[in-house]
Design a protein around this ligand. Structure first.
Ligand code: G4P
Ligand code: NA
Ligand code: NA
Length: 193
């Protein structure tokens, strides 16, 4: 997505350990007009698949998914919870997610009420790095006997293994931008959809 590439070029900052900071529009401050453009683009990329629900993970995924949902006929958005919450039903589908950056495993949870057999689920998230968070969400969809209709990612870090793993699993994956860093630590954009 050209607009996203321009946005990353002008506002993205590279920090240590191959991390791209996009706090100004995606991870802290939100550019709503821009989120709208991304929502339209996700709809274009997944226009040929039936979607009954969008699944994401707190926190950054929520805004992306909520705005995108409006282009998918306002299907419900469910976000997997990472933190223990008193509000969460006891009856949940759970999956263990290994965080590469934090070096530890955490649980993600979705109430059984909100993920149902037969649901056709579009998984959306901000970043795809090693793919553990996405794999955890896929695991939850499968536990609910629902179907993964697609995975949409805003920024795929194509030098990490998540994209390869998901494509090899046959997942219908689309990323709005695919990035890597060159030897001077400058951003390179790879081919995408
Ligand atoms: P992994 O799932 O692919 O293994 O990634 P990891 O655990 O290392 O990622 C930890 C968090 O960092 C995730 O967000 C992920 O989306 C995000 N992330 C990974 N690479 C980058 C990057 O280059 N830039 C930015 N800005 N974020 C990155 P999270 O902890 O779930 O937090 P939230 O932002 O969704 O609340
Ligand atoms: Na994040
Ligand atoms: Na995330």
């Amino acid at each position: 997505m050209k607009l996203l590439e321009e946005k990353i070029r002008s506002e993205g900052r590279i920090s240590e350990g191959g991390v791209l900071k996009v706090d100004s529009f995606l991870n802290h401050q939100l550019d709503v007009e821009f989120l709208n453009e991304m929502g339209k683009e996700f709809k274009r990329l997944f226009s040929d698949v039936e979607i009954t629900k969008i699944l994401t993970i707190e926190a950054s995924g929520i805004a992306i998914a909520s705005i995108a949902a409006q282009y998918f006929g306002n299907v419900p958005v469910v976000f997997a919870k990472k933190t223990e919450s008193k509000n969460l039903d006891a009856d949940t589908y759970d999956s263990d997610v290994f965080s590469f950056t934090k070096g530890k495993t955490y649980k993600i949870k979705v109430s059984k009420k909100y993920m149902n057999k037969g649901d056709k689920v579009l998984i959306l998230d901000d970043f795809l790095a090693n793919g553990f968070a996405t794999l955890g969400m896929i695991d939850i969809v499968k536990k609910a006997e629902a179907e993964v209709a697609g995975v949409g990612i805003v920024i795929e870090k194509s030098f990490q293994s998540g994209g390869k793993i998901l494509r090899e699993l046959g997942v219908n994956l689309h990323s709005l931008a695919r990035i890597e860093f060159d030897e001077k630590n400058q951003i390179i954009f790879n081919e995408n959809d």
